[in-house]
Design a protein around this ligand. Structure first.
Ligand code: MF3
Ligand code: CO
Length: 254
């Protein structure tokens, strides 16, 4: 496996990429309300990134023979899991939406996402969102020198009790490229897999579903949705593994 370790200078650039990501996500979170569209939020993200010297990582991205991704953000509503393309679909009271943002700053990528309810949602739905975020925190906590990749995957999966864990999607290394090795499944066995080292930067991204974890790709070739039409949630942060423990690059205290 070819994992790219980051030098202190590279980590500093990744911190800046992460900081912009955090600032722009905060603006997006504040803009989510009934009546807003994915394209409105995409525009907010583009302007806020440009003001800060960041570029939209996702725009033009292509893999697996898919057409180039058209958005600056991913905007995945309700049963849509990830990679939803921003459209003029209007958010309604009671929806939940996952917003995913990639920022490239001086050639380095930060990748992070959150799920938020639009207005009032049921206790069951609030619980889904909370459990997914807690699974992310558990994964971050396990991102320590000397642990193995399987410890992160296990920590995430162990928090997902009662929910469907989506197979085939997961976290990844991040750096000059959005997707670097290793791939990080959202369940696993402790003590197995790659041994974590200082200088690794990982995007951890648990995805949980209320129903069955099977997904399909919509006709736009990007949007990944739940087969059974039930709700799903997604959180992601970019995390550096340091001698002093996990450092979340895509967070700011404000
Ligand atoms: N966080 C997502 C991922 O790691 C973002 C990809 S969106 C894409 O897969 F459109 F750029 F693919
Ligand atoms: Co990602």
């Amino acid at each position: 496996m070819s994992v790219v370790l980051k030098s202190p200078a590279e980590l500093e650039l990744m911190r800046q990429a992460g900081r912009i990501n955090a600032q722009v996500r905060a603006l997006l979170r504040a803009a989510v309300r009934p009546g807003v569209t994915g394209l409105d939020l995409d525009q907010i993200a583009r302007e806020a990134m440009a003001e800060r010297g960041g570029e939209p990582t996702f725009e033009g991205y292509t893999a697996h023979g898919q057409p180039p991704y058209p958005g600056a953000i991913c905007f995945s509503v309700n049963e849509q899991l990830v990679h939803g393309i921003p459209t003029d679909r209007v958010l309604q009271e009671g929806d939940i939406v996952s917003i995913d943002l990639g920022v490239t700053y001086q050639g380095y990528v930060s990748d992070a996402a959150f799920t938020v309810a639009v207005g009032e949602v049921s206790e069951e739905v609030r619980e889904l969102i909370r459990a997914t975020e807690e699974a992310l925190w558990a994964g971050i906590e396990a991102a320590r020198v000397g642990n193995h990749l399987g410890d992160i995957s296990y920590a995430i999966g162990a928090r997902a009790e009662g929910y469907g864990i989506i197979d085939g999607y997961g976290g990844h290394g991040v750096g000059r490229n959005m997707h670097e090795e290793p791939h990080i499944p959202n369940k696993g066995r402790p003590g197995t897999g790659y041994k974590l080292k200082a200088g690794m930067v990982l995007a951890l991204e648990p995805m949980l579903a209320i129903g069955h974890p099977a997904t399909y790709e919509e006709r736009d070739r990007w949007t990944v949705s739940m087969r059974d039409g039930n709700l799903s949630a997604h959180f992601e942060e970019t995390v550096a593994i340091t001698e002093g423990g996990p450092e979340i690059l895509t967070r700011i205290d404000e």
